[in-house]
Design a protein around this ligand. Sequence first.
Ligand SMILES: [Zn+2]
Length: 85
Amino acid sequence: MTDQRNTESARGAQLVGAPGRPADDKPAPQCTHWIGSERRHCKEVDGVRRFLPGFCCPLHTPSALQGKPEPQPGPGWPAYREEAK
Ligand SMILES: [Zn+2]
C-alpha cells in the first residue's frame, strides 16, 4: 500500500481564479474608524481605501489622523534600485 497523493492537480486547483481584483459580490468597503465622541464607526463608503489598520475614508487615513499630508503617488523604490546598479 502506497500513500501517493496527486500533488499536480492540487497545485493546479490553486492556480485557478482571477488574480488581482476581488470579486464584485463582496459588500462595499466601509471606513472602519471608530469615532469615540459619537461612539460609532464612521462607515463612510465614499473614497474608502485599504490601509494597514483596515479600510479608511479620506478623513480617517493614518496620515489624516496624524495631521500629515497624504503621501503622493510617484517614483518609488524600484527607480532607485535601477540607479544603484
Ligand atoms: Zn471615516
